[in-house]
Design a protein around this ligand. Structure first.
Ligand SMILES: Cc1cc2nc3c(=O)[nH]c(=O)nc-3n(C[C@H](O)[C@H](O)[C@H](O)COP(=O)(O)OP(=O)(O)OC[C@H]3O[C@@H](n4cnc5c(N)ncnc54)[C@H](O)[C@@H]3O)c2cc1C
Length: 368
């Protein structure tokens, strides 16, 4: 590819799923610029990010399902994950295609709800395949009765495998540098970068004083249950929700969504609740004792994800991308694309060959 004389310095603050997918997208879009310096500064990296706790399941969750930007980002990421599932890296990066069943307690079993599913769940038309569960299919869930529900074709991206692969890809590019450090104020980075990209998740509450960012605490249990091959979600409507999400070697049982709870300590009450509700869905789970109990704080944000450019009072160009709540994996590549599109308006690429840039999949093939 043509060498370009442009000289740009970009800093990404945050090394979670949002920071690293943004970094990969930047490298792809600036492939022709040899003198790009990308520094990724983060207080923690995998396995100590929020995504490492998550189940990495693709489905918009814990945010406004009618946000059209969100649906666009979810669609973009879904397409990438599906491509990755049929690529050579699926095993190593933990990308798993699976069928998922979502069932909901129904108040009035006589009432057959034939409303268009996509009104209530606007993300459904984004997936390859979905449909309302027929009565015959619902019989599988008679023990939870009465219920209604849908089945869809989705994907799990096991973040504990995926992030190290992104990291490996990034470290192979001599333009990239990693720094393990907490930033107390973005102005520390003034004069060090032409653009700073803020991917700090919940940390944005303190770093940029955005009080709309709040924790949505999630406790999960990882167990060994190799006979489970599908995803199950059960909404009791009154006693909370349970979900069962396969990974490569484990199964994630969840879960809780506790607003404004900052505690990262597991509680016995939550453990008992998760075990009880998941064993209600699949009774064989009752006998499984060995487990790893974990807690993560989802970066919820009132008003949804903040993805925008800000020119700060001290003249810095900052592009914010944080507040993904329970869907950071689901939205990752879509948000990364829009973030880098903004960066490109600030730091033009001027590359006549940019239309010939590698596709996402071709790019990843470079790191076998
Ligand atoms: C229990 C649970 C289950 C989940 N399940 C799913 C799921 O199935 N599917 C899905 O899509 N999503 C899921 N999520 C949500 C998902 O994990 C998050 O939305 C996502 O991880 C957010 O990514 P992020 O990169 O913005 O934040 P983080 O992963 O929190 O990364 C932010 C990074 O910024 C760094 N940082 C913060 N402040 C500073 C600072 N001042 N200086 C330097 N570095 C800083 C942090 O150290 C961290 O590395 C789940 C979350 C939880 C807790």
């Amino acid at each position: 590819m043509m060498a370009n004389n442009l000289n740009y310095r970009v800093i990404i603050v945050g090394g979670g799923i949002i920071g690293l997918t943004t970094a990969c997208t930047l490298l792809k879009e600036y492939a022709s610029i040899d003198n790009l310096q990308l520094t990724i500064i983060s207080e923690t990296f995998s396995p100590n990010t929020t995504g490492d706790i998550s189940a990495g399941y693709w489905q918009p969750y814990g945010l406004n399902l009618n946000d059209q930007r969100m649906l666009k980002w979810a669609r973009y990421s879904y397409e990438i994950f599906m491509e990755e599932y049929v690529s050579i890296k699926a095993a190593r990066a933990g990308v798993i295609q699976l069928t998922s069943y979502s069932v909901f307690k129904q108040e009035d079993p006589q009432h057959v709800d034939d409303k268009d599913l996509s009104i209530e769940f606007p993300f459904l038309p984004l997936v390859r395949h979905y449909r309302r569960l027929s009565n015959t299919e619902l019989h599988i869930f008679d023990h939870l009765a009465p219920v209604t529900g849908f089945v869809m074709s989705s994907v799990v991206v096991e973040v504990q495998r995926y992030l190290p692969e992104l990291y490996r890809f990034l470290t192979q590019d001599r333009r990239v540098k990693f720094i393990n450090k907490k930033i107390l104020s973005l102005s520390e980075l003034k004069d060090q970068a032409d653009v700073v990209i803020n991917c700090t998740g919940l940390g944005a509450r303190y770093l940029v004083g955005d009080l709309a960012v709040r924790p949505a605490r999630g406790q999960v249990i990882r167990i060994h249950a190799p006979w489970i091959k599908s995803m199950y979600y059960f909404d009791t409507k009154t006693e909370g929700v349970g979900y069962i999400i396969p990974q490569s070697d484990t199964i994630v049982l969840g879960g809780t969504f506790q607003m404004d709870d900052w505690s990262k300590k597991p509680t016995e009450e939550d453990t008992n609740f998760i075990r009880r509700i998941c064993a209600r869905i699949l009774p064989a789970l009752d006998g499984i004792k060995d487990s790893q109990v974990q807690v993560g704080l989802r970066p919820y944000r009132d008003g949804g994800v903040r993805l925008e450019h800000e020119r700060t009072s001290d003249g810095m160009n900052v592009v914010h991308c944080y507040g993904h709540s329970g869907a950071g994996v689901t939205l990752s590549w879509g948000c990364a694309k829009d973030t880098i599109d903004i960066v490109k308006t600030l730091l033009p690429v001027n590359d006549p060959s940019s239309s010939e840039l590698p596709t996402h999949e071709q790019l990843w093939r470079l790191i076998q």
